[in-house]
Design a protein around this ligand. Structure first.
Ligand SMILES: Cc1cc2nc3c(=O)[nH]c(=O)nc-3n(C[C@H](O)[C@H](O)[C@H](O)COP(=O)(O)OP(=O)(O)OC[C@H]3O[C@@H](n4cnc5c(N)ncnc54)[C@H](O)[C@@H]3O)c2cc1C
Length: 391
């Protein structure tokens, strides 16, 4: 095959990919380089997301890309989608988060658990980027343990009434629609679509983040919030429903962080070759070469594990335990590479003229959200031993 992936390809990963998969990666890479990279430093400083890209991202097919094409999606397989997430996160974790939330945490639950009417109403306008969604599961007192949630729903004669607070919700302040998880009178977790404009629905922004600054994060306050009966996701019953959405999003994260790691690695290689100290490029010193060799080693291992994860997902046999192992490995790999790349850059590495420190700071969030590193470790531990160490 003549087409090649952009980026490290030490073990000829390209030969295991289809032309379409490589083309999606190349196309996304170019878009990020041309359209997003020039904007990121300004938005990172300001703590904003370039919302003007919302519909452009829709046109590019970045939202819900693996869902059926009849809803206006790109209709990709999971490996092509993964490579797309990789390239978006090469730009910034906030960019990939925007696409992940829209596709995996808003469109996917509507497709999986929604009614025909909900799918027809929402999926096309979410795919095109005309509307933005968010996913409200985490609460101030229930993060790793979402099953303890306090948000409650009551059914009235012609509406549902929601009460509770959701915390750390990506895009809630700009969302047109929120997928909300709440317990009903029997204690069962159900899913609901809350549209912007519903009474008793507020979404204050969380300020002061030192990580994922180019991503908008907020609360969701539900104060006797009334929604029509038809806004319940009819097939979402129990904690397994929101957890299954997280498995979708984590799959994309596993590819995404590879992009952040590659961006840092490539920057470190380039810098090491051009920065001279003691009359030699710092790339000539063994300690620098060891750093670069370790980075490439970790990226290469993660590429193959993540590709196999994608192939398993395309065969519909991927398990959440495999996603946990991969998230555990890939996010730790990426954050270590970002921190090491920063050391290669010396003082320059602490500025936003370079990517390493921004990626390192972003990856602190990625290490925590969508299940913390510790929780994924314990999921894998449970799968090895048959003993749960966390509940
Ligand atoms: C930028 C950002 C965006 C986010 N976006 C969303 C979103 O869109 N929607 C959404 O619903 N949520 C979102 N989250 C929330 C995220 O999923 C939670 O932060 C995460 O699940 C962890 O919950 P917590 O922060 O409450 O930490 P806690 O659960 O309080 O954990 C604190 C520490 O204790 C450890 N810990 C907890 N329980 C155990 C245990 N049993 N054994 C060992 N260690 C344990 C954890 O690993 C962690 O190290 C986002 C978070 C961030 C930072």
């Amino acid at each position: 095959m003549s087409v090649r992936i952009v980026g490290p390809d030490y073990f000829d990963l390209s030969s295991l990919l289809s032309e379409e998969e490589v083309a999606v990666q190349n196309m996304t890479h170019e878009w990020v380089q041309d359209q997003f990279r020039p904007l990121i430093a300004k938005h990172y400083r300001a703590g904003t997301f370039p919302m003007e890209l919302q519909s452009v991202m829709g046109e590019m097919g970045f939202f819900g890309s693996t869902l059926p094409e009849k809803y206006g999606t790109a209709g990709l397989n999971n490996v092509a989608y993964g490579l797309m997430m990789q390239e978006l996160e090469r730009g910034d974790s906030g960019l990939r988060s925007f696409a992940s939330v829209q596709g995996a945490l808003v469109m996917w639950p509507i497709w999986k658990y929604g009614s025909t009417e909900q799918k027809e109403k929402w999926l096309p306008i979410l795919a095109s980027g005309e509307k933005v969604g968010c996913f409200g599961l985490t609460e101030p007192d229930f993060g790793s343990n979402p099953g303890g949630m306090l948000t409650r729903v009551k059914q009235g004669s012609d509406s549902y009434i929601l009460n509770g607070t959701k915390m750390w919700i990506t895009n809630s302040p700009v969302a047109d629609i929120a997928v909300i998880w709440a317990k009903d009178e029997t204690g069962e977790i159900r899913g609901f679509l809350v549209e912007r404009g519903a009474g008793g629905f507020e979404t204050p922004e969380i300020k002061g983040k030192l990580s994922l600054r180019a991503s908008i994060t907020g609360e969701i306050i539900l104060n006797n919030c009334r929604i029509p009966l038809e806004n319940r996701l009819p097939d979402a019953n129990g904690l397994q429903a929101p957890l299954s959405c997280l498995t979708q999003a984590r799959y994309g994260i596993n590819w995404g962080v590879l992009g952040a790691a590659i961006d840092c690695y490539e920057e470190a290689v380039e810098y090491a070759k051009t920065r001279t100290q003691f009359d030699k490029p710092i790339a000539a010193y063994q300690l620098t070469q060891q750093k670069l060799a370790e980075m490439l080693n970790e990226i290469t291992k993660a590429q193959f594990m993540t590709l196999q994860l994608g192939r398993l997902k395309d065969r519909e046999v991927m398990s959440h335990k495999q996603v946990s192992l991969s998230k555990m490995n890939n996010v730790r790999m990426a954050i270590e590479i970002a921190r090491t790349a920063r050391t290669v850059l010396g003082a320059s590495g602490i500025t936003d003229e370079y990517v390493a420190m921004r990626h390192a700071a972003n990856l602190e969030s990625v290490l925590t959200y969508e299940g913390t590193h510790e929780m994924h470790t314990l999921v894998v531990g449970e799968s090895i031993t048959g003993i749960s160490a966390y509940r």
